[in-house]
Design a protein around this ligand. Structure first.
Ligand code: SAH
Ligand code: SF4
Length: 351
């Protein structure tokens, strides 16, 4: 059936409901508890795309469900496979035609997936392809989940870890992201361990404190990318509201509450943030706390004018950190032939 924009408008997004919410939603229809469990399992374990596939439900219930609910699906618009390292990049579309990108990476210990939380982003970081394209809308919890379901089905694999590092700022879509986290960690769903989920943020400070108290101790990553407020405010406008020291204080608090090591992401931009002085300032900001630094050469995005620091500069920067007892790794760049860093595929698709 072709999609009509009105067909999901009044319908309930059934895959965004927790089991308790599903139970409450179906109670007025007289649906018994064991049926609720069956439906939840079809949605979150077998991950069906239609109510017709829920074959152990009476036909009348399937019909009733499809008249009042819809199941979020991430449709594969494009799929690119890296010939270097098996990294797979998807462009997914949702019911309204909006698209996001996701990447599946092959690691020795399993498959990891980088997923999106918004169509576009409001934060406007000057080095970021997603930021440059602007904001369209938030994803629902089920749309965030559907990216994982779609990849698992397409590749016939299990995703064992997830990073919220695709398009969008997860803490700017806090309620839907938290909902996603609780569905994805549910033992009757994907059953991902919280430690196997990494949330990356540009540093929306009050939400970092909220996340610390959420009871879902995911791994937290702060996109730092500068060591002075002057430079960071220029490249990451969010810094004008939440400056470096406040963001780092929130991260240290997060680490103390959850016991989880913080990752500081640092993309080296030639001549902007990559001097030994920057490295030393970075070390002084975070040394002694439960953390490590991920260094990555900035991915040059058209129109930004930024270029990557040399490998030599990167190693020198890393040495200053390790000499100051700050653990720093250089991130492997995966799928460089398929522009696996986010924002670029959607950009070329939209054009
Ligand atoms: N909005 C969140 C998560 C999505 S961005 C955040 O900013 O953390 C995912 C990661 O990609 C972030 O660390 C971001 O800073 C980084 N990133 C964006 N553009 C990049 C580029 N051109 N080169 C290297 N890293 C980039
Ligand atoms: Fe948004 Fe993250 Fe890109 Fe900044 S780096 S614009 S917060 S997606």
């Amino acid at each position: 059936m072709p999609f009509s924009p009105d067909s999901t408008k009044q319908k309930t997004d059934i895959k965004s409901l927790s089991k308790a919410e599903l139970e409450e939603f179906l109670r007025p229809m007289g649906v018994k508890s064991f049926r609720v469990n069956q439906i939840y399992s079809w949605l979150h374990q077998k991950q069906v795309l239609t109510f017709d596939e829920m074959t152990n439900l009476p036909a009348s219930l399937r019909e009733e469900l499809s008249s009042i609910c819809y199941i979020s699906v991430a449709n594969i618009e494009k799929k690119l496979v890296s010939s270097y390292d098996n990294t797979i990049k998807y462009l997914f579309s949702f019911q309204d035609g909006e698209c996001v990108e996701s990447v599946v990476m092959d690691y020795h210990h399993g498959r990891s997936m980088c997923i999106s939380t918004q169509v576009g982003c409001k934060m406007g970081c000057t080095f970021c392809a997603t930021g440059k394209a602007g904001f369209v809308r938030n994803l629902t919890a089920s749309e965030i989940l559907a990216q994982i379901h779609a990849a698992q089905k397409d590749l016939n694999i299990r995703i064992s870890s997830v990073v919220l590092m695709g398009m969008g700022e997860p803490l700017d879509n806090y309620d839907n992201v938290l909902k996603f986290l609780s569905l994805a960690t549910d033992s009757d769903g994907l059953a991902l361990g919280a430690r196997h989920i990494t949330l990356s943020t540009c540093g929306i400070v009050p939400k970092i404190y909220e996340l610390a108290e959420s009871g879902i101790p995911v791994t937290l990553s702060l996109s730092l990318h500068a060591t002075t407020d002057e430079i960071r405010s220029r490249t990451m406008p969010v810094n004008k509201k939440y400056p470096i020291e406040e963001a780092i204080r929130a991260c240290k608090y997060y680490a103390s509450v959850t016991g989880r090591r913080i990752t500081y992401e640092y993309a080296l931009i030639s001549g902007v943030n990559d001097s030994d002085t920057d490295a030393l300032r970075l070390a002084n900001l975070i040394k002694g706390s439960l953390c490590h630094v991920n260094l990555i050469p900035v991915n040059p995005v058209k129109g930004t004018g930024y270029t990557q620091s040399s490998d030599k500069r990167l190693r020198a920067f890393q040495k200053v950190l390790t000499d100051n007892r700050v653990n720093a790794t250089v991130r492997r760049t995966l799928g460089s032939d398929i522009s696996a860093s986010c924002g670029q595929l959607r950009g070329s698709h939209t054009k």
